[in-house]
Design a protein around this ligand. Structure first.
Ligand SMILES: [Zn+2]
Length: 405
């Protein structure tokens, strides 16, 4: 039998690729430039501020969730956050004049509160989606508080179909509120926990059946996974889709690349380019591919600057936005008109004004009708988005991110 050394095979394959295709060689060179640029860009301080949906204070490292009967034993004395779709139960803000406003705090219910609502959580059996549709409410563990209290997300979608959950909540001054509308109002920690709750409940809802054999699946380990009821070794894990989001600096370092995809609702919004990371692709490669596809610009060095969980992603999935800064190696734009409405290079003076504009309370994406500052014809995303922080980080610098290539 012929024995082949794996190292020799890899080495000969690499030589073949090198000889056959120059772009591969070029990428290797660019990777070397990356290291140099990283040293230039990175100081001791983080490039981006803390991100919305980060900073969950609940302890998720809870090995005991694997114990048989964990949910039943821990539910007593726990607190639950009710979830339906992308809405969670929150406390309505009330004013001294009797008016009410957007909730600023989540509403956690103890088992006795649930009883009062007539809500019974299924803590002692493996529940299929068919059971859920019949009214069973399943708790999914979110973590443990510093006071050693277990916290659960309780998917009340089925209950909501049979009862008027909004009416029930209203009696106590609570509301079921779409999380997206509360992003700017909740505290950072509440936002992170609520984001985890809707993402986890949404994933369970969407994965009720085995993708291999079609049998029902059931939650296990307090909702950390699901398993197929036919083949219990086949497990499903909560899904997070990686998205590369990048701010690309021009060759001369005086401008950055912004654009507006056709999917963006606000016609005057400009933001960083972005796209899903494909299978067997590095984040850096995804960044270069997306910029080339959407704007026709070649990208050299790419550096990962930070990340942001985004539980309200496209198609109802949970995304991880991976924020990158990158250096263009070409200038001429070729916009993909099927995907984009606008791509353009924007200078620092305009961006500084746009950053200040985005902090105002009357921006179009907050329902206002104000105009951008003089000399600016666009808005950038608000501080709740990582794109804002990438743009702000560059706008507030005196110099380019990267030294000239
Ligand atoms: Zn199966």
């Amino acid at each position: 039998m012929l024995s082949i050394c794996q190292t020799c095979v890899l080495s000969s394959q690499l030589n073949f690729v090198w000889r056959r295709s120059r772009p591969y060689a070029k990428l290797t060179l660019r990777a070397a430039i990356d290291q140099k640029a990283m040293t230039h860009v990175l100081g001791s301080k983080s490039l981006l501020d803390d991100q919305s949906f980060g900073g969950d204070l609940l302890n998720r490292s809870v090995g005991d969730r694997r114990d048989e009967g964990f949910v039943k034993a821990s539910f007593e004395g726990s607190t639950s956050l009710l979830v339906t779709g992308r809405s969670v139960m929150a406390k309505q803000a009330t004013y001294s004049n009797g008016g009410s406003g957007m909730p600023t705090e989540l509403c956690w219910l103890a088992p006795e509160d649930l009883q009062e609502y007539g809500i019974e959580a299924q803590t002692d059996s493996q529940t299929t989606v068919t059971d859920q549709e019949a009214g069973a409410l399943v708790p999914y563990l979110l973590g443990r508080t510093t006071k050693e209290t277990w916290s659960f997300a309780l998917d009340a979608s089925a209950y909501g179909k049979q009862h008027h959950l909004h009416d029930v909540a209203k009696r106590k001054g609570y509301v079921m509120q779409d999380l997206r509308s509360m992003v700017a109002h909740l505290s950072g920690t509440d936002l992170a926990v609520a984001g985890h709750a809707i993402a986890l409940a949404g994933w369970h809802q969407a994965n009720g059946f085995c993708g291999r054999c079609g049998a029902p699946t059931v939650p296990i380990e307090a909702g950390a996974k699901r398993c197929c009821t036919k083949d219990k070794k086949h497990r499903l894990y909560p899904r997070t889709d990686p998205v590369a989001i990048m701010l690309v600096e021009s060759v001369d370092g005086s401008k950055v690349l912004l654009g507006r995809a056709k999917t963006i609702r606000h016609a005057s919004m400009l933001t960083c380019l972005s796209g899903f990371v494909e299978q067997v692709e590095t984040i850096e490669e995804a960044c270069r591919r997306e910029v080339q596809e959407e704007a026709g610009i070649d990208v050299g060095p790419v550096h990962i600057a930070g990340s942001q969980p985004w539980p309200m992603g496209r198609g109802g999935t949970c995304e991880l936005m991976i924020g990158c800064i990158a250096k263009a190696t070409s200038d001429t734009l070729h916009m993909d008109e099927s995907e984009m409405d606008d791509v353009r290079w924007v200078g620092r003076d305009q961006l500084k004004k746009a950053v200040e504009d985005s902090k105002r309370k009357d921006t179009p994406y907050q329902g206002g009708d104000s105009e951008p500052s003089e000399g600016v014809d666009f808005w950038i995303p608000p501080p709740t988005a990582i794109a804002h922080h990438l743009i702000k980080s560059w706008a507030e610098r005196q110099t380019a991110w990267f030294s000239k290539l």
